[in-house]
Design a protein around this ligand. Structure first.
Ligand code: 5RP
Length: 293
């Protein structure tokens, strides 16, 4: 084990120099096999290198969250406006029509409900079932600093090993427990650990200070997590900042399906992620097409 380097102060993130992708458009993916690259290309649009992912996996630990009471009626119609959907196998099999050709990012961990210690998760899907459902990616939460940190890391490395066996990438989600500090220092640690231990994609939260260093020091694509519902303009601004600072996309749930106009919000987020719109342009667009529902 190397000695802890307490005295070295230089910060060499070189946030202005993009990483060489060596022939494949996604960071850190050049050495992956064809199947993995193909699946990643279903998530991250090859023409922009980015993704608009739609997270609706909340029910696996907190039941029918506001907006997700009737996924068949209120959520399935929104999926066509995303590049990828993030959800559990139960919701996929029961409720999503198999004619949907969007990339599926399958929540593969579970265990405790919101009434218990959330970091006490285990793998909750067999890789064969993920293959059977033709998923593009498997995903789980990683609780760096949580009570069951080591277990959640081992859950992730198990999924990574399965994923390499069958060509399915893993997206690690850096969890934010109630006692965890949300700053760039923490997310640099969490994202880097997930990537070093094998995740091909990392989903993490935006922080107003030094988010670019979180992206720069993580050798795989970062997808920005949405979080609690905030006003539409603020969510668009946060998305824009994350993309400007190097994120390869966004994965939003509540800021889409709890919006006063979810279709308009999804389309406005697409404008930012794939078309380079500013928050003001995207918000004007949102207002021009919104139909409150
Ligand atoms: C945390 C997640 C979930 O997908 C999350 O709940 C995403 O949704 P929201 O944008 O509403 O926070 O990644 O495990």
């Amino acid at each position: 084990m190397p000695e802890v380097d307490q005295f070295k102060q230089e910060k060499n993130y070189h946030t202005d120099i993009p990483v060489d992708t060596h022939g494949f458009y996604l960071k850190g993916a050049s050495a992956l096999d064809w199947g993995m690259k193909n699946r990643l290309s279903r998530i991250f649009r090859p023409d922009t290198g980015k993704t608009v992912m739609f997270a609706i996996d909340h029910g696996y630990f907190q039941g029918p969250t506001t907006g997700l009471e009737r996924v068949d009626l209120d959520i399935v119609p929104l999926m066509q406006y995303s590049d990828a959907i993030m959800l559990t196998r139960g919701m996929l099999r029961t409720t999503v029509p198999p004619t949907l050709t969007k990339a599926v990012v399958m929540r593969s961990s579970g265990g405790p409900s919101i009434l218990k210690e959330l970091s006490d998760e285990q793998i909750a899907v067999d890789i064969e079932d993920a293959i059977r459902m033709n998923v593009a990616c498997i995903t789980l939460q990683v609780f760096i600093g949580g009570e069951f940190e080591t277990r959640s890391i081992h859950n992730m490395t198990k999924l990574v090993d399965w994923g390499y066996r069958y060509g399915i990438p893993v997206m690690a989600v850096t969890a934010v427990g109630k006692d965890m500090v949300r700053d760039a220092k923490y997310f640099r640690l969490a994202c880097r650990m997930c990537a070093e231990l094998g995740a091909q994609v990392v989903k993490t939260y935006y922080v107003p200070e030094d988010f670019d260093t979180v992206v720069a020091s993580c050798p795989v694509p970062i997808v920005m997590a949405g979080g609690k519902k905030i006003p539409e303009f603020d969510a668009l601004t946060m998305s824009w900042k994350a993309i400007q600072e190097g994120a390869s996309g966004v994965d939003m749930g509540r800021n889409i399906f709890q919006s006063q106009a979810p279709v308009a919000m999804m389309k406005a987020v697409n404008r930012i992620v794939h078309e380079g719109a500013t928050p003001e342009e995207a918000y004007d667009y949102f207002n021009s097409i919104k139909v409150e529902g």
